[in-house]
Write a protein that binds this ligand. Structure first.
Ligand SMILES: C[S@@+](CC[C@H](N)C(=O)[O-])C[C@H]1O[C@@H](n2cnc3c(N)ncnc32)[C@H](O)[C@@H]1O
Ligand code: SF4
Ligand code: SF4
Length: 450
C-alpha cells in the first residue's frame, strides 16, 4: 500500500491512529470510494482526502473485507493494518457521522477566526445590459445603489470589518454598469486606510482598457469570473444584449485581453445546457488558441441550474468530465470551483460562513447568499439586524440529514448543502460519484504513464 495523495494534513493528524485494537472486528469505512481500472487499484478517503494505491493482492483482501468484517489478524496478514491506522478501515461499531462531526468541531476550534467580517459580496446594481435566456435573476427588481447607500456602505464596512485585509466581491446584475460606484467605494476605503482586495463576477462586455487599468490600480482587482456561452453565434443568441452592435462576443474577448494585460487572474465560466453542449469542444479549442500565451486565463464549464432538475443531468455531467479531459489534453488551464471539493470542507460557501461573510444588495439589505433568496434578508446596513430570529436560524449549523449520514461524500458537502442551499439538487450523490470516478481515473492514468 502506498499513499499517493497526501490529503488534508490536519484531518490526517486528527483521525490517524498509532496502532489497531487486537480484539476488534474491522470493516471498510463509509468514507472510502474504491476505484479499479486496468490493474490500478485506488482508494480515496473522502474524509482525509488521501488516496491509497493497492497491489492486486491487497485489493483482493480489501474486497473480502468489503464483503464482511474481519479481525485484526486478517488485516495484519494481508498488509491492511496501515489502512486501518489511516481510517480507510474502521472498527465495525464505528460511526462515520460522529467522526465527521468531531473532525469538523476540532477544525473549527483550530481555525477559530478573528472577530469581524472578511468578505463583503456587494451588488452595486441588479440592472444588466444583457438579458441572458437562462438568467436566474430574470424577475429580480432592477435597482442601482444610490450615493447615500454607497456612503453608508463605506461606514458599515469600517464598522464591521476584521483587522486583516478584507475582500470586496463585486456581483450583480452587471457590476460594471456601476463601475463609478465601485471606484467611489474603493477610493473612500483607500482614503480611510482600509486594506482590501477585490474580485468580480461579470459579463465583461462594458470593460474598456481604462476601466481595466482602474480595476487593477484602484479596485485592487485580483480575480474575475467572466461568464461565456460558447461560440459567437451561441453567445449572442443566449446573451441577448440590449445593444448587440456595442456588446458582443468580440468586445468581450477584447475585454478579457485588457484584464489579462493588467495581470489580473481570469476564470472563464462557460455556461452550458443540452442545447449548446455540442459546440463547447470547438469553443474550448478557440479559447486555447486565443489565450495560448496567457497564464492568467483559465476556464471551467458551468451547468445551468435549469438542467439540474432534468433526467439528462447526469448524462450532461459525464460529457463535462470528458470535456475536462480534453481541456487537459490541449493545455487549457482549468479553474474549476470544484477543485476545492477535493478536501474536507468546514463551510460549504459564503452562506454558512456568516461570521466572516455578508451579502449586500443595492439598497443596502443584508443576506447570507448572493442569490438573494426571497424573504431571507435579516437587516440592512442602515438598521443593522432587524430580524434576529431569522439571523440566528440561518447561522445555526445544519443537522446532518439521514441521507447524508450514510453518504460517502459528506465531507465534500457539509450538512448545509442539503439543508440550506438553494442550489442543492436531488442527484447530488450520483454527481459526486461521477466526479470522484473521473478524478481517480485521472490519477490512475498518471500512474500508468509513470
Ligand atoms: C447573475 S450573474 C451576475 C454577474 C454577471 N452579470 C455575469 O453574468 O457574470 C452571476 C453568475 O450566475 C450565472 N448564472 C445566471 N443564470 C444562471 C443559471 N440559470 N444557471 C447557472 N448559472 C447562472 C451567470 O453566468 C454568472 O456566472
Ligand atoms: S449578464 Fe449576468 S446578470 Fe445579466 S442577464 Fe446575463 S447572467 Fe443575468
Ligand atoms: S448532500 Fe447528497 S452528496 Fe452530499 S452528503 Fe448528502 S446525500 Fe451525499
Amino acid at each position: 500500500m502506498k499513499i499517493i495523495k497526501k490529503g488534508d494534513k490536519k484531518v490526517v493528524g486528527i483521525i490517524s491512529k498509532k496502532k489497531i485494537l487486537q480484539d476488534a472486528l474491522y470493516r471498510v469505512s463509509g468514507f472510502v470510494y474504491p476505484f479499479a481500472e486496468k490493474g490500478v487499484y485506488l482508494l480515496r478517503n473522502t474524509l482525509s482526502g488521501q488516496v491509497a494505491s493497492l497491489t492486486e493482492k491487497e485489493w483482493d483482501a480489501f474486497q473480502r473485507l468489503t464483503a464482511e468484517p474481519k479481525d485484526s489478524s486478517f488485516l495484519e496478514e494481508n498488509g491492511l493494518t496501515e489502512l486501518a491506522c489511516l481510517c480507510f478501515i474502521v472498527e465495525s461499531d464505528h460511526s462515520e457521522a460522529e467522526q465527521y462531526r468531531q473532525v469538523s468541531d476540532i477544525l473549527n476550534i483550530m481555525l477559530s477566526k478573528k472577530p469581524g467580517l472578511k468578505t463583503y459580496t456587494i451588488l452595486p446594481t441588479t440592472c444588466c445590459n444583457a438579458r441572458c435566456v437562462y438568467c436566474y435573476e430574470e424577475s429580480i427588481r432592477q435597482v442601482t445603489m444610490s450615493k447615500e447607500t454607497a456612503d453608508r456602505l463605506i461606514d458599515y464596512i469600517c464598522e464591521t470589518r476584521c483587522e486583516d485585509e478584507i475582500t470586496l466581491s463585486w456581483f450583480g446584475g452587471e457590476p460594471l454598469l456601476a463601475h463609478k460606484t465601485i471606484s467611489y467605494v474603493c477610493q473612500m476605503l483607500k482614503d480611510r486606510d482600509v486594506p482590501f482586495r477585490s474580485k468580480m463576477v461579470t459579463n465583461a462586455s462594458l470593460l474598456t482598457k481604462e476601466v481595466a487599468h482602474t480595476a487593477k490600480e484602484l479596485w485592487n482587482l485580483k480575480k474575475v469570473q467572466v461568464s461565456l456561452d460558447g461560440m459567437p453565434s451561441d453567445y449572442e443568441e443566449r446573451k441577448r444584449y440590449r445593444q448587440p452592435e456595442k456588446h458582443n462576443h468580440e468586445t468581450v474577448i477584447r475585454s478579457i485581453h485588457y484584464l489579462a494585460d493588467e495581470g489580473i487572474n481570469i476564470n472563464l465560466r462557460i455556461n452550458f445546457d443540452r442545447n449548446n453542449i455540442s459546440g463547447i469542444k470547438e469553443y474550448l479549442a478557440f479559447l486555447r488558441k486565443e489565450f495560448a500565451d496567457n497564464e492568467n486565463v483559465s476556464a471551467y464549464l458551468g451547468i445551468l441550474f435549469q438542467e439540474k432538475h432534468t433526467d439528462q443531468y447526469l448524462e450532461l455531467y459525464r460529457k463535462v468530465f470528458e470535456l475536462s479531459r480534453y481541456m487537459r489534453e490541449i493545455g487549457l488551464p482549468q479553474g474549476s470551483k470544484d477543485k476545492k471539493q477535493a478536501g474536507f470542507k468546514i463551510n460549504y460557501c459564503m452562506a454558512d460562513s456568516m461570521d466572516s461573510s455578508i451579502v449586500i444588495d443595492p439598497q443596502g439589505k443584508l443576506y447570507n447568499c448572493e442569490h438573494l433568496p426571497e424573504n431571507r434578508t435579516w437587516g440592512s446596513i442602515f438598521d443593522g439586524c432587524t430580524d434576529t430570529e431569522l439571523y440566528e436560524n440561518l447561522k445555526q449549523p445544519a443537522d446532518i440529514d439521514e441521507k447524508c449520514r450514510e453518504c460517502t461524500f459528506l465531507p465534500y458537502c457539509t450538512p448545509f448543502y442539503k439543508n440550506g442551499c438553494p442550489g442543492w439538487f436531488e442527484h447530488c450523490r450520483d454527481y459526486m460519484e461521477i466526479k470522484t470516478f473521473y478524478a481517480l481515473g485521472n490519477i490512475a492514468s498518471t500512474i500508468k504513464t509513470q
